[in-house]
Design a protein around this ligand. Structure first.
Ligand code: FES
Ligand SMILES: [Fe+2]
Length: 397
């Protein structure tokens, strides 16, 4: 991809403060995370009516209850009893016909309606006005997204052509997944950026990443990049002469054969999507990987990594292929963690006013540009309605 074709993204140094400043982080919470579709789960987690999952969205101090109703529809609610605010559900997941509050036993249906409350005729409100607060939810490619503000567009409209791509990714057909969650002492953008550039491949992953680089492309730079609105995509370069270790060749060969047999080997085996703000997914059927990076504060994040599968582990060979894929994802990721945290410590010192992205780090620059635009627009909105000092205080509240 020519550097000129990326000129529209700009070439200026990038301000360093948005990667460590708590004031900036306060603005991002509202400007970015309350105003975007956020990926929080997969339909296979809610197989039956009454199936539910609880998800904590710490960046917005929210706890969500995602439930499949008796009508088969999946809905999202705030996990907050409408009597006096008690969190309704403590379990991470399960199956129930209704949700009863632990405090005074108000009970809610799988559609969020208040079903019954002891001594309700002594209250001064209608049951119909006591339903659980609803949160916008939309599904694409089997993936569940929520929006904690007021969505301007449906999820599919927001994703544009990437919605069709997601439909073709193996995760769309998944019935199960492997997951691991990690905490990291680094800003969410710094953490996420590591997965959007290949510049570091040959230094940080000389062993695990060797099959992905070759003499004519030693950094493993992508074959193609694309952009749509706040989202972006990249096509992984293919080494014409790969030299995987025997065990890699064997395990990925098995995974590829299973993918062919399952019908999950699709068009997009070398594509990935980086969906704004914090979700990343790879189309490879041998390693159908997704990664969500959740901000906790300006310097800390939590990542959720999943590998999606179709069908159960019905033989040792399939089990092996899946375990190997998960182990190698962890292995590669472990190689990244220390340098990301070292980067954060460097930025926290305030020593740098700017950082730099080269043309092959265009996806990182694109993320920064969109965050910057959203935060600037939000600041302008605040300034228009409140004096600047108050606006800043509100942004941090
Ligand atoms: S707070 Fe839930 S029933 Fe009282
Ligand atoms: Fe890496």
């Amino acid at each position: 991809m020519s550097d000129d074709s990326l000129a529209w993204l700009g070439t200026d140094p990038i301000p360093a403060a948005p990667y460590h400043d708590p004031l900036w982080f306060g603005l991002e919470r509202e400007a970015v995370f309350r105003r975007s579709w956020l990926q929080i789960g997969h339909v296979c987690e809610l197989p039956d009516s009454g199936s539910f999952i609880r998800r904590e969205i710490e960046v917005l101090d929210a706890s969500l209850l995602i439930v499949r109703g008796r009508d088969g529809e999946i809905r999202a609610f705030h996990n907050v009893c409408t009597h006096r605010g008690t969190q309704l559900v403590a379990e991470e997941s399960g199956k129930r016909s209704n949700f009863s509050c632990p405090y005074h036993r108000w009970s809610f249906g799988t559609d969020g309606a208040l079903l019954a409350a002891p001594d309700f005729d002594r209250f001064f409100v209608d049951k119909a006005d006591c339903a659980l607060p609803r949160v916008a939810l939309d599904i694409c490619g089997g993936l569940i997204f929520v929006h904690l503000g007021t969505p301007e567009k449906s999820l599919r409209d927001d994703l544009g052509p990437y919605a069709t791509m997601l439909d073709g990714f193996p995760a769309a057909q998944a019935t199960t997944f492997s997951e691991y969650v990690y905490d990291i002492d680094a800003n969410w953008k710094l953490t996420y950026d590591n997965f959007q550039e290949n510049y570091h491949l040959r230094f940080i992953h000389p062993r695990s990443g060797a099959p992905a680089v070759g003499e004519d492309n030693p950094f493993g730079y992508p074959a193609k990049m694309g952009f749509h609105g706040p989202h972006r995509t990249q096509t992984i370069w293919t080494n014409p002469d790969p030299a995987p270790k025997p065990v890699q060749a064997q395990s990925f060969g098995r995974a590829a054969r299973f993918a062919m047999a399952d019908g999950t080997a699709g068009l997009h085996s070398r594509d990935y999507l980086a969906l704004f703000p914090n979700f990343f997914i790879l189309g490879s059927p041998a390693q159908p990987f997704s990664h969500t990076v959740w901000p906790i504060d300006a310097h800390r994040s939590r990542g959720v990594i999943r590998l999606y599968w179709k069908g159960e582990d019905d033989c040792a060979s399939r089990r092996y292929a899946r375990e190997y894929a998960m182990a190698s994802a962890r292995d590669i990721h472990a190689e990244d963690r220390d340098v990301i945290e070292a980067g954060q410590r460097g930025l926290n010192s305030g020593a740098l006013k700017h950082i730099h992205f080269q043309a092959q780090e265009a996806l990182c620059r694109h993320l920064f540009n969109i965050v910057y635009e959203r935060v600037s627009a939000y600041r302008a909105e605040l300034a228009a309605i409140t004096p600047p000092a108050l606006a800043l205080a509100e942004a941090q509240a």
